[in-house]
Design a protein around this ligand. Structure first.
Ligand code: IMP
Length: 189
């Protein structure tokens, strides 16, 4: 792997901690850069990540990654999806639980999706997608993590992401699965 150090363009400390832990295991140094980029309103996470990456490419020649993620809830027809950040900052986990008060069983199933964009020099950014299936809890549980972690239970588990340490969340998470693909890509560079 030629790339030894990479910027993670994000203002989200939680995302950074998870990516740093994962990528350090393969000898990649990750540096958090809060450069800021326009997050366009699009119907696909891929488009948001790609637009952001093309913007960052104009600001730095250093290899970088950035991520757009979202929580898609079956019983809410995929909501909040691409609106996940806005919904988190407005109604939060409590608001989502309230919207779902009457939803049971399958209707509580959900998927977290993560799209990483990797950019370097002038090449078109590459995208890496990861998913984690699970369900939405009835109440908030746990103190770890960030965002919707207190209400998301990954498939095969009984605890929410917020009840797990970073290392354990990384065994399941959408972010970790997208980063697995990025690691394979780096190995082949
Ligand atoms: P972003 O646009 O990628 O920053 O994420 C959209 C929203 O989803 C934000 O409110 C995040 O807090 C939330 N989010 C993204 N990834 C995770 C995660 O791994 N756990 C919990 N919430 C997340």
């Amino acid at each position: 792997m030629k790339t030894k150090s990479i910027y993670f363009v994000t203002g989200n400390k939680g995302k950074f901690v998870e990516a740093k832990k994962k990528l350090s295991e393969v000898g990649l140094e990750v540096i958090q850069k809060n450069l800021g980029y326009p997050e366009i309103q699009a119907i696909k996470l891929e488009d948001v990540a790609l637009y952001g990456a093309e913007h960052i490419q104009k600001q730095t020649s250093h290899p970088f990654i950035l991520e757009d993620a979202g929580l898609f809830i079956d019983g809410l027809n995929g909501f909040p999806g691409v609106y996940s950040a806005y919904v988190y900052h407005t109604i939060g986990c409590k608001g989502i639980l309230k919207l779902m008060e009457k939803l049971k069983g399958d209707m509580r199933e959900a998927v977290f999706r993560s799209v990483f964009a990797f950019g370097a020099s002038d090449e078109k950014p590459s995208l890496f997608v990861g998913e984690c299936k699970g369900s939405i809890s009835i109440e908030e549980h746990g103190e770890h993590g960030f965002g919707y972690d207190p209400i998301f239970i990954p498939q095969g588990e009984t605890r929410t992401f917020a009840q797990m340490e970073t290392e354990e969340k990384n065994r399941f998470s959408h972010r970790s699965r997208a980063l697995d693909k990025l690691i394979v890509f780096f190995k082949n560079l």
